[in-house]
Design a protein around this ligand. Structure first.
Ligand code: FAD
Ligand code: FES
Length: 337
């Protein structure tokens, strides 16, 4: 039996119990005590805590996320650090309510019901979970890789009203444990799998007065598909622009799905863009297409998702068009530490 410790989080009303092999973030989210976090794998730094009292084991994370000096100052990553004693911790970004309703983290079991190739080296995976999962549009789950007891993050592409059939878009990483070694390997329809979720704070759930621009690169489309369906159903934004970037036509997917949505909803605009192949749609890097389409993005918000380089380029482009940095939300598909 793992030892358990009591952890007091400054700014929260009640203490939580954390096992010696459990991260502080995992225990807090299971206790429905919201803490800021993004990647849950030690690569973003969003979950940084100050350990005011007690000892933690830091476990592995890159030096750029938590430097040696920061460790010496008593900082730790909530998603990686496990307790060695009772603790008092203070979230660096504050533990306050972000105004969004959150759902507790839980473990789930489910059955693979769909596994299909939808674009070059890209698969759609649908898992029917045994018990419904409540989540916010834009969040993700961790799929547990069988035989390894490690999780990999995949964004939910289904709208939050669909709580049983969870849809994922997965890009092949050559040599990757979860993709090459499992989802593009032995995984079959009918397989039983384990997952935990929901996770992450990338979402569009509140009513907005101004337009929102969504930009996805590759499978970065997944959380945006959930957000688009939710935003249209709830009439959250006056104008909604979805950009999907790929190199060639074989990289795009769900084109008809989004074209049909654009036909149905006057205020929804879908702009797929290709950087390496001539076609009758938008041409160029997706961020350059956005720059061409808007002379000013003042007052608008943006939701960016995909490889870190694409997300960085999009942030720069939007700032050039005078979008306020606080209105730019991002989810980066970083690889595990
Ligand atoms: P890994 O085994 O993790 O390997 C990744 C790459 O790193 C490989 O090229 C491997 O050779 C290399 N590598 C591994 N270890 C080392 C090392 N020690 N040193 C150097 N190189 C190394 N992806 C999607 O396709 N769809 C999604 O919806 C999605 N959502 C995500 C959401 C979040 C919040 C995050 C953080 C990531 C998301 N990802 C998503 C990425 C996904 O979680 C995985 O990182 C990706 O699928 C690769 O996993 P893997 O196990 O196949 O590869
Ligand atoms: Fe902990 Fe990203 S959530 S480093």
């Amino acid at each position: 039996m793992a030892n358990k410790y009591t952890v007091r989080i400054q700014g929260k009303n009640s203490d939580i119990t954390v096992a010696e092999d459990q991260s502080i973030l995992d225990a807090a989210l299971r206790a429905n005590e919201w803490l800021p976090h993004s990647c849950t794998q030690g690569t973003c730094g969003t979950c940084k805590l100050k350990v005011q009292c007690g000892e933690v084991r830091h476990n592995e994370s890159p030096e750029y996320t938590l430097t040696t000096d920061e460790r010496a100052e008593g900082l730790a990553l909530g998603c990686m650090a496990t307790p060695c004693s009772d603790l008092t911790v203070e979230p660096i970004g504050g533990a306050g309510d972000d105004g969004v309703p959150h759902f507790p983290l839980r473990d789930y079991e489910g059955t693979v019901t769909v596994l299909e190739d939808i674009a070059a080296n890209t698969r759609r995976l649908v898992v029917e979970v045994d018990t419904p999962m409540l989540f916010n549009a834009g969040q993700y789950v961790e799929l547990i890789v069988p035989g390894h007891n490690v999780g990999r993050q995949y964004s939910l592409a289904n709208p939050p009203t669909e709580t049983r059939n969870l849809e994922f878009h997965v890009k092949l990483t050559t040599g990757g444990l979860a993709t090459d070694g499992w989802i593009f390997g032995p995984m079959q329809v009918g397989d039983r799998i384990s997952l935990r979720g929901p996770l992450g704070q990338f979402n569009l759930v509140k009513q907005q007065d101004e337009a929102a621009i969504l930009i996805g690169g590759g499978t970065g489309l997944a959380p945006l598909k959930s957000i688009v369906q939710h935003a249209l159903a709830e009439r959250l934004v006056p104008e909604l622009y979805l950009y999907h970037g790929g190199r060639r036509q074989e990289d795009l997917y769900d084109v008809d799905f989004f074209r049909d949505l654009a036909q149905e909803h006057e205020h929804f605009h879908y702009r797929p863009a290709l950087s390496e192949e001539q076609w009758d749609g938008a041409m160029g890097m997706v961020t350059d297409v956005v720059l061409d389409d808007f002379s000013s993005c003042k007052g608008m918000s943006a939701y960016l998702c995909g490889p870190p380089a694409m997300v960085e380029a999009a942030v720069k482009a939007l700032k050039r068009r005078r979008m306020a940095p606080r209105l730019i939300f991002r989810e980066e598909f970083t690889i595990a530490a």
